[in-house]
Design a protein around this ligand. Structure first.
Ligand code: GLU
Length: 287
């Protein structure tokens, strides 16, 4: 079966070697199976993403020899589509508005007898303050235009038939058990933009017919959540292949802030596309 894969960077800085490894991990199976490799710009975060970075990373990927079909999907141009999904989840009672600030959440946790619990991605599990807001109070806050996020009601989501028994297929490793409950009431729409990474990536993988999601090992836990969203929305299930993250000589994960690891710096040093691909762990020819 031909694989349809994608590379989905967030344009928050220059392309670095870790990105190249990720892009090639998607490009290779697509190429080898006679499938397709897509590029998607995940730029919903207005504070951190810049169009200039996106153009720069496309030019670096092109220089490396990668090609992808047009048009490239820029998530920031499709916010209405994500809003429609949120509305559907809202009608089913699966999301609720959360008016809490970070401070409110910290205070709530401090006031309770329990230590904060953390989700697999390191975020603090939301204590559920706004889940139980009386409808009148919630409506008044909404009517007053109070800034709010939208959170998934995890308990309700898990009560949807089949939601507790989800698995995903990890290529080469077989079926993996999903543990979406470990994330608690995760944010599906941020306060500043009516969208979130988890929602948009899952929506777009389905919309674009991605059959194999390749990405870094750091995102493996999020796959549980993505499978839950696919289940709730009736979206097709892709396969997954999480690749190890590149480390430096001392075994530390490559950091974005390390300028020596940017492709721009490598180009300035006179490295060839082949040298850079080899440094990312793909020494062979591209075609
Ligand atoms: N936009 C995400 C990132 O840059 C990647 C998402 C994914 O591959 O699922 O980390």
């Amino acid at each position: 079966m031909p694989d349809i894969t994608r590379f989905a960077p967030s344009p928050t800085g220059g392309l670095h070697l870790g990105h190249v490894a990720s892009a090639l991990s998607g490009w290779r199976p697509a190429n080898e199976s006679g499938g397709r490799f897509l590029l998607r710009i995940e730029d919903i975060d207005p504070g951190r993403c810049r169009a200039a970075f996106a153009h720069e990373l496309m030019s670096d990927l092109h220089w490396l020899g990668l090609r992808w079909p047009a048009p490239v999907r820029w998530q920031s141009r499709h916010l209405g589509e994500y809003a429609r999904v949120l509305a559907q989840l809202g009608e089913r009672g699966l999301v609720y508005p959360c008016f809490c600030t970070r401070r409110d959440i910290a205070d709530e946790i401090a006031a309770s007898a329990h230590a904060p619990h953390h989700a697999p991605d390191g975020s603090v599990i939301y204590p559920g303050t706004c889940r139980g807001l009386p409808a009148r109070q919630r409506d008044a806050l909404l009517a007053a235009g109070t800034p709010h996020a939208l959170r998934l009601d995890m308990e309700r989501a898990l009560s949807v038939p089949g939601a507790r028994d989800l698995t995903w297929h990890e290529r080469g490793q077989g079926r993996q058990q999903c543990r979406p409950e470990l994330f608690g009431d995760v944010v599906l729409a941020r306060k500043d933009v009516l969208a979130s990474y988890h929602l948009c990536v899952t929506h777009d993988d389905a919309l674009q017919g991605i059959t194999l999601v390749t990405r870094g090992e750091d995102l493996r836990p999020a796959t549980s959540l993505h499978r839950l969203l696919q289940h709730l929305m009736g979206w097709a299930e892709p396969q997954y292949a999480h690749h190890p993250l590149l480390c430096d000589a001392s075994g530390r994960r490559l950091a974005k802030r390390d300028r020596a690891m940017t492709i721009a710096a490598m180009r300035e040093q006179g490295m060839s596309p082949h040298d850079v691909r080899a440094a990312a762990g793909y020494p062979g020819p591209l075609a």
